[in-house]
Design a protein around this ligand. Structure first.
Ligand code: HEC
Length: 212
């Protein structure tokens, strides 16, 4: 191909690229000039997290009595009729006593610090294999049922976006905020590592460990 031909081909490619850019620049993303902005509906279907203070909880309500039938139909097969857990599926019933000893168990009743996390978890992930199939009312009712199994709320307690964040979990005060390094303090950048003195080396020769 002659230099002239190459120039023509390059020119065509450049024109094509510019044409594409022109088309895409007309798209909805003003920053990068391609793709399209997400609609509110698309964002809201992903934006489902619920904070410890209840931020993100939707309208709706439920009681343990309302959740019982649903729990027995959709949850008990794995978590047990009383939340005791079936086989290797996790128990939802427990006290802080199960956090002591060699084989500790972290349960909703014994370990979880916030009741709102239970709402978030059930809403996001349960029933296992059919996640996000429950309505907000159903999730409130199931949350109430699991909390009532653990004797944290009464069977007739109405849980909603206001009452659920006010539920105090038994293990709430046993969590501490871990203190990380003070990143605002000036880094010293000298003598950072503790010096280590090598006192010997080992090599594996014919199955025998030989010290140096
Ligand atoms: C097919 C079995 C199955 C069914 C049915 C099921 N779950 Fe679960 N559930 C699981 C498994 C497995 C986990 C652990 C998942 C993990 O750790 O990733 C779990 C975890 C949980 C937890 C967190 C437990 C913890 O302490 O970590 C809660 C709460 C829960 N499920 C509630 C429910 C509710 C409410 C229902 C009914 C709507 C339900 N599950 C139905 C299998 C099931």
């Amino acid at each position: 191909m002659s230099s002239w031909d190459k120039l023509v081909v390059h020119g065509l490619l450049l024109a094509g690229a510019m044409a594409w850019t022109g088309v895409l620049a007309a798209g909805e993303s003003p920053r990068y000039g391609f793709g399209s902005a997400l609609s509110e509906t698309e964002i809201s279907s992903w934006d489902i997290d619920v904070g410890p203070d209840g931020a993100g909880l939707p309208p709706g309500s439920g009681t343990a009595a309302q959740g019982e039938a649903l729990y027995l139909a959709q949850c008990a097969a794995c978590h047990g009729e009383f939340g005791e857990g079936v086989g290797r599926y996790p128990a939802l019933l427990g006290t802080r006593a199960s956090l002591v000893g060699e084989r500790t168990r972290k349960t909703v009743g014994g370990y979880w610090p916030y009741a709102t996390t239970l709402w978030d978890y059930i809403n996001r992930a349960m029933p296992f294999g059919n996640a996000q199939s429950l309505s907000p009312d159903q999730v409130y009712a199931l949350t109430a049922y699991v909390l009532a199994l653990n004797e944290i709320v009464a069977e007739d307690a109405v849980l909603d976006a206001h009452t659920l964040p006010a539920v105090r979990m038994p293990n709430r005060d046993c969590f501490v905020v871990a203190k990380g390094p003070d990143i605002k303090a000036a880094a010293c950048m000298h003598d950072c590592a503790v010096p280590v003195k090598v006192v010997g080396r080992a090599a594996r020769l014919d199955g025998a460990t030989v010290g140096e």
